[in-house]
Write a protein that binds this ligand. Sequence first.
Ligand code: E4P
Length: 223
Amino acid sequence: MELYLDTADVSSIRKWNDILRIDGVTTNPSILAKEKEDYLKVIAEISEILSDNQILFMQVVATSYEDILKEARQIAKLRKKNMYVKIPVTPDGLKAIKVLHEEGIGILATAIYSAPQAFLAAKNGADYLAPYVNRMENYGDGIEEVLTLQAMLGNANMDTKIIAASFKNVNQVKQLIAGGIAAVTVPVDVLSNMVLHPGTAIAVEEFSESWKKRFDEDKIRFE
Ligand code: E4P
Protein backbone atom coordinates (compact mmCIF):
# COMPACT_ATOMS: atom_id res chain seq x y z
CA MET A 1 0.00 0.00 0.00
CA GLU A 2 1.26 3.47 -0.86
CA LEU A 3 1.18 6.34 1.60
CA TYR A 4 1.33 9.98 0.52
CA LEU A 5 1.40 13.27 2.39
CA ASP A 6 -1.35 15.67 1.30
CA THR A 7 0.46 18.96 1.90
CA ALA A 8 2.91 21.46 0.43
CA ASP A 9 4.30 22.50 3.80
CA VAL A 10 8.01 21.87 3.35
CA SER A 11 8.91 21.53 7.03
CA SER A 12 6.12 18.99 7.62
CA ILE A 13 7.20 17.03 4.55
CA ARG A 14 10.80 16.99 5.79
CA LYS A 15 9.70 15.88 9.26
CA TRP A 16 7.33 13.08 8.25
CA ASN A 17 9.55 11.87 5.42
CA ASP A 18 12.23 11.27 8.08
CA ILE A 19 9.86 9.47 10.46
CA LEU A 20 7.84 7.36 8.02
CA ARG A 21 8.27 5.50 4.74
CA ILE A 22 6.14 7.72 2.57
CA ASP A 23 5.79 7.20 -1.16
CA GLY A 24 5.52 10.86 -2.07
CA VAL A 25 3.51 14.06 -1.81
CA THR A 26 0.21 15.22 -3.31
CA THR A 27 -0.61 18.89 -3.80
CA ASN A 28 -3.50 20.79 -5.33
CA PRO A 29 -3.98 24.50 -6.16
CA SER A 30 -5.56 25.25 -2.75
CA ILE A 31 -2.76 23.43 -0.91
CA LEU A 32 -0.06 25.36 -2.84
CA ALA A 33 -1.93 28.64 -2.40
CA LYS A 34 -1.56 28.29 1.40
CA GLU A 35 2.23 28.56 1.18
CA LYS A 36 4.08 31.89 1.46
CA GLU A 37 6.67 31.06 -1.21
CA ASP A 38 5.96 31.02 -4.94
CA TYR A 39 4.53 27.67 -6.04
CA LEU A 40 7.41 26.79 -8.38
CA LYS A 41 9.87 27.33 -5.53
CA VAL A 42 7.73 25.17 -3.23
CA ILE A 43 7.52 22.38 -5.81
CA ALA A 44 11.32 22.57 -6.30
CA GLU A 45 11.91 22.39 -2.53
CA ILE A 46 9.58 19.40 -2.12
CA SER A 47 11.32 17.76 -5.05
CA GLU A 48 14.69 18.17 -3.31
CA ILE A 49 13.40 16.52 -0.14
CA LEU A 50 12.00 13.53 -2.01
CA SER A 51 14.15 10.83 -3.58
CA ASP A 52 13.79 10.07 -7.30
CA ASN A 53 11.68 7.05 -6.39
CA GLN A 54 9.09 9.06 -4.50
CA ILE A 55 6.25 10.59 -6.49
CA LEU A 56 5.31 14.27 -6.52
CA PHE A 57 1.86 15.28 -7.77
CA MET A 58 0.97 18.77 -9.02
CA GLN A 59 -2.44 19.72 -10.36
CA VAL A 60 -3.31 21.74 -13.46
CA VAL A 61 -5.15 25.01 -12.83
CA ALA A 62 -6.36 25.49 -16.41
CA THR A 63 -9.88 24.28 -17.14
CA SER A 64 -10.04 24.16 -20.95
CA TYR A 65 -8.80 21.12 -22.86
CA GLU A 66 -6.01 22.92 -24.78
CA ASP A 67 -4.73 24.76 -21.70
CA ILE A 68 -4.84 21.60 -19.57
CA LEU A 69 -2.63 19.89 -22.17
CA LYS A 70 -0.15 22.80 -22.10
CA GLU A 71 0.07 22.93 -18.30
CA ALA A 72 0.26 19.16 -17.93
CA ARG A 73 3.18 18.87 -20.36
CA GLN A 74 5.05 21.59 -18.48
CA ILE A 75 4.32 20.07 -15.04
CA ALA A 76 5.56 16.69 -16.22
CA LYS A 77 8.94 18.28 -17.02
CA LEU A 78 9.45 19.73 -13.52
CA ARG A 79 11.27 16.55 -12.42
CA LYS A 80 13.25 13.97 -14.35
CA LYS A 81 11.23 11.12 -12.87
CA ASN A 82 8.02 10.55 -10.92
CA MET A 83 6.36 13.91 -11.57
CA TYR A 84 2.66 13.14 -11.96
CA VAL A 85 -0.01 15.53 -13.19
CA LYS A 86 -3.35 15.82 -11.44
CA ILE A 87 -6.30 16.54 -13.71
CA PRO A 88 -9.90 17.08 -12.52
CA VAL A 89 -12.42 14.74 -14.15
CA THR A 90 -14.40 17.36 -16.09
CA PRO A 91 -15.21 16.59 -19.75
CA ASP A 92 -12.19 18.72 -20.78
CA GLY A 93 -10.06 16.98 -18.17
CA LEU A 94 -11.09 13.50 -19.33
CA LYS A 95 -10.35 14.43 -22.94
CA ALA A 96 -6.90 15.65 -21.90
CA ILE A 97 -6.24 12.49 -19.84
CA LYS A 98 -6.84 10.36 -22.96
CA VAL A 99 -4.23 12.30 -24.96
CA LEU A 100 -1.66 12.72 -22.18
CA HIS A 101 -1.81 9.02 -21.37
CA GLU A 102 -0.84 8.28 -24.99
CA GLU A 103 2.14 10.64 -24.52
CA GLY A 104 3.31 8.61 -21.52
CA ILE A 105 2.67 11.31 -18.91
CA GLY A 106 1.81 10.01 -15.44
CA ILE A 107 -1.72 11.08 -14.53
CA LEU A 108 -3.81 11.25 -11.41
CA ALA A 109 -7.50 11.90 -12.12
CA THR A 110 -8.74 14.11 -9.32
CA ALA A 111 -11.81 15.84 -7.84
CA ILE A 112 -13.63 12.51 -8.07
CA TYR A 113 -17.02 12.30 -6.34
CA SER A 114 -18.41 9.02 -7.70
CA ALA A 115 -17.28 5.53 -8.68
CA PRO A 116 -18.66 5.66 -12.25
CA GLN A 117 -16.91 8.98 -12.87
CA ALA A 118 -13.63 7.53 -11.61
CA PHE A 119 -14.08 4.39 -13.69
CA LEU A 120 -14.26 6.46 -16.89
CA ALA A 121 -11.05 8.28 -15.95
CA ALA A 122 -9.38 4.89 -15.50
CA LYS A 123 -10.70 3.80 -18.90
CA ASN A 124 -9.14 6.93 -20.43
CA GLY A 125 -5.73 5.96 -19.05
CA ALA A 126 -5.34 7.62 -15.64
CA ASP A 127 -2.71 5.88 -13.49
CA TYR A 128 -4.26 7.01 -10.21
CA LEU A 129 -7.79 7.99 -9.20
CA ALA A 130 -8.34 10.35 -6.28
CA PRO A 131 -11.84 10.05 -4.83
CA TYR A 132 -12.57 12.80 -2.31
CA VAL A 133 -13.67 10.60 0.58
CA ASN A 134 -14.72 13.23 3.11
CA ARG A 135 -16.36 15.53 0.57
CA MET A 136 -18.25 12.51 -0.85
CA GLU A 137 -19.83 12.06 2.58
CA ASN A 138 -22.02 15.08 1.69
CA TYR A 139 -23.66 13.04 -1.06
CA GLY A 140 -23.76 9.55 0.48
CA ASP A 141 -21.38 6.97 1.96
CA GLY A 142 -17.91 8.00 0.77
CA ILE A 143 -16.17 4.88 2.07
CA GLU A 144 -18.67 2.54 0.44
CA GLU A 145 -18.44 4.40 -2.88
CA VAL A 146 -14.63 4.07 -2.88
CA LEU A 147 -14.83 0.35 -2.06
CA THR A 148 -17.37 -0.06 -4.89
CA LEU A 149 -14.90 1.65 -7.22
CA GLN A 150 -12.21 -0.75 -6.05
CA ALA A 151 -14.50 -3.70 -6.90
CA MET A 152 -15.34 -2.19 -10.32
CA LEU A 153 -11.65 -1.85 -11.22
CA GLY A 154 -10.93 -5.38 -10.00
CA ASN A 155 -13.83 -6.91 -11.94
CA ALA A 156 -12.76 -5.07 -15.08
CA ASN A 157 -9.13 -6.20 -14.63
CA MET A 158 -7.91 -2.61 -14.62
CA ASP A 159 -4.70 -1.86 -12.79
CA THR A 160 -5.41 1.84 -12.17
CA LYS A 161 -4.72 2.60 -8.51
CA ILE A 162 -7.09 4.35 -6.17
CA ILE A 163 -5.35 6.99 -4.08
CA ALA A 164 -8.04 7.87 -1.59
CA ALA A 165 -7.93 11.59 -0.72
CA SER A 166 -9.71 14.33 1.22
CA PHE A 167 -9.50 12.71 4.65
CA LYS A 168 -10.70 14.50 7.75
CA ASN A 169 -10.13 11.81 10.38
CA VAL A 170 -8.15 8.66 11.16
CA ASN A 171 -11.21 6.41 11.06
CA GLN A 172 -11.80 7.18 7.37
CA VAL A 173 -8.19 6.24 6.57
CA LYS A 174 -8.42 3.09 8.70
CA GLN A 175 -11.57 1.88 6.98
CA LEU A 176 -10.06 2.21 3.54
CA ILE A 177 -6.72 0.61 4.43
CA ALA A 178 -8.66 -2.27 6.01
CA GLY A 179 -10.67 -2.45 2.78
CA GLY A 180 -7.46 -3.04 0.81
CA ILE A 181 -7.13 0.33 -0.90
CA ALA A 182 -3.98 0.76 -3.06
CA ALA A 183 -2.98 4.18 -1.74
CA VAL A 184 -4.02 6.96 0.61
CA THR A 185 -2.95 10.58 0.76
CA VAL A 186 -3.24 11.96 4.25
CA PRO A 187 -3.07 15.56 5.52
CA VAL A 188 -0.52 16.28 8.25
CA ASP A 189 -3.06 16.67 11.09
CA VAL A 190 -4.66 13.29 10.35
CA LEU A 191 -1.28 11.59 9.92
CA SER A 192 -0.11 13.04 13.20
CA ASN A 193 -3.24 11.65 14.90
CA MET A 194 -2.47 8.24 13.36
CA VAL A 195 0.97 8.26 14.96
CA LEU A 196 0.46 9.96 18.30
CA HIS A 197 -1.58 8.29 21.02
CA PRO A 198 -1.77 9.58 24.62
CA GLY A 199 -1.59 5.97 25.89
CA THR A 200 1.80 5.49 24.23
CA ALA A 201 3.19 8.66 25.79
CA ILE A 202 1.95 7.60 29.26
CA ALA A 203 3.42 4.09 28.86
CA VAL A 204 6.82 5.46 27.83
CA GLU A 205 6.82 7.84 30.80
CA GLU A 206 6.01 4.94 33.16
CA PHE A 207 8.90 2.85 31.77
CA SER A 208 11.33 5.75 32.24
CA GLU A 209 10.14 6.35 35.81
CA SER A 210 10.50 2.66 36.81
CA TRP A 211 14.04 2.58 35.42
CA LYS A 212 15.09 5.80 37.04
CA LYS A 213 13.68 4.70 40.42
CA ARG A 214 15.47 1.35 40.38
CA PHE A 215 18.79 2.20 38.63
CA ASP A 216 18.95 6.01 38.84
CA GLU A 217 19.63 6.09 35.09
CA ASP A 218 17.64 7.20 32.07
CA LYS A 219 19.37 4.95 29.52
CA ILE A 220 20.69 1.36 29.36
CA ARG A 221 24.29 0.93 30.58
CA PHE A 222 26.20 -1.83 28.77
CA GLU A 223 29.29 -2.16 30.92
C1 E4P B 1 -5.64 15.38 -3.00
O1 E4P B 1 -4.54 15.87 -3.10
C2 E4P B 1 -6.86 16.21 -2.90
O2 E4P B 1 -6.72 17.34 -3.70
C3 E4P B 1 -7.10 16.60 -1.45
O3 E4P B 1 -7.02 15.46 -0.64
C4 E4P B 1 -8.45 17.30 -1.28
O4 E4P B 1 -8.64 17.51 0.09
P1 E4P B 1 -9.77 18.50 0.70
O5 E4P B 1 -11.09 17.87 0.46
O6 E4P B 1 -9.44 18.58 2.14
O7 E4P B 1 -9.61 19.80 -0.01
